[in-house]
Design a protein. Structure first.
Length: 144
């Protein structure tokens, strides 16, 4: 069995990442799941959250915030089709907090079910983005 698999993150705007990986943790709609080489075929919806690319020793190599989308996993590959994807290291706390404030403001002003549903989705995404920044900052302070 191979020691790595091909891992890709793609958004509607552009491909974000394509590289070999040993272990990837993905925020599935039903909970986080790990992908290793030889993983069983799987198709999953994704919730807003953080994708972690790790070594087999579990050391985190990279973190990406995704706003949601789909994951397609085969024994040789894991492809993430995300609405939005950004390296967590490139997200400032100020940007994440401003996004959350805008989302809460939009939710408070929503006056139809469709607008409210979209605003609630935006709040969940903004909360996940802020949580990703918190986790990244606490990890970098410990030296991980």
């Amino acid at each position: 069995m191979a020691d790595t698999f091909q891992f890709e993150i793609v958004t509607p705007a552009k491909p974000i990442l394509a590289e070999s990986a040993e272990l990837v943790i993905v925020p599935g709609a039903a909970g986080d799941f790990g992908v290793l080489p030889g993983h069983a075929a799987l198709l999953s919806t994704l919730r807003p959250g953080t994708i972690e690319i790790r070594e087999k020793s579990l050391k985190v190599l990279q973190r990406f915030f995704i706003e949601g989308g789909f994951a397609e996993v085969t024994p040789e590959r894991c492809t993430i089709l995300a609405e939005e994807a950004r390296p967590v290291a490139e997200i400032s706390r100020d940007d994440a907090e401003a996004r959350l404030k805008r989302a809460h403001d939009a939710l408070m002003l929503s006056n139809t079910l469709g607008v409210r549903t979209e605003a609630e989705r935006d709040v969940r995404a903004a909360e996940a983005m802020l949580a990703a920044v918190d986790a990244y900052e606490s990890g970098t302070q410990r030296g991980h």
